[in-house]
Write a protein that binds this ligand. Structure first.
Ligand SMILES: O=C(CO)[C@H](O)[C@H](O)COP(=O)(O)O
Length: 216
């Protein structure tokens, strides 16, 4: 399966966000946008207005939007209107996951479901026919810069068995040169990388190193 690098701007310098995105956009496959509401997770990030600005400035970038918010049923469409191409929300945040996924797909965008580390992978089984992507949290959601939780490798393997080869498995949290290959071997094909890129003094060199590892 084709692999993708989805660069998470959570740890970018927000005062110069446009330049930060401009610098890496030709080297990555997607920009990953972490939306945090201070309720579903203990952090507040940014909202749809920032996505609209990014969309206007960079019309050709794929925007992978990860809602870590309560009540995704109330807000999903706001993020589609703002310019998200892929919309992922948390299974734990709603009883209406199937219904929301169907609506996202009907809007012509890609739909994904995300699971916290403690949530059983079997929870995705009833949703398989309406998802394009499963996002497996490999840290507790809320903050960048945490360490990859190794037991998630088994969960990724189980997810790949359930999903077959046509649905993306995205891993999010603690992805770097030391963890990306194990995640790929377990069955992941989409890699969210945040601080490893944005805290580096040479972002492009780090992305190229990751590609080198993923290709060999
Ligand atoms: O969803 C997230 C946190 O909830 C971030 O996208 C994720 O942690 C990526 O950051 P890093 O690569 O620094 O771990």
């Amino acid at each position: 399966m084709k692999y993708k690098i989805s660069a998470s701007i959570l740890n970018a310098n927000f005062l110069r966000l446009g330049q930060e995105i401009s610098e890496i956009k030709d080297y990555i496959d997607e920009i990953h946008l972490d939306i945090m509401d201070g309720h579903y997770v203990d952090n507040i990030s940014f909202g749809p207005d920032i996505i609209s600005l990014i969309r206007k400035e960079f019309s050709d970038i794929t925007l992978d939007t990860h809602l870590m918010i309560c009540n995704p049923d109330k807000y999903w469409h706001t993020f589609i209107e703002a310019g998200a191409d892929i919309l992922v929300f948390h299974k734990e945040a709603t009883q209406k996951a199937y219904h929301i996924l169907e609506k996202i797909k009907k809007s012509g965008k890609l739909a994904g479901i995300s699971l916290n580390p403690a949530t059983d992978i079997n929870q995705i089984e009833p949703l398989v026919d309406v998802i394009d992507r499963v996002l497996i949290m490999t840290v507790e959601p809320g903050f960048g810069g945490q360490s990859f939780i190794k037991p998630m490798l088994k969960k990724i393997e189980k997810a790949r068995k359930i999903l077959g080869d046509n649905i993306d498995i995205e891993v999010d949290g603690g992805i770097n040169n030391n963890t990306v290959k194990d995640a790929q071997k377990a069955g992941a094909n989409t890699f969210v990388v945040g601080s490893h890129i944005f805290k580096s003094s040479d972002k492009i060199a780090e992305i190229e190193k990751l590609r080198e590892i993923l290709e060999h």
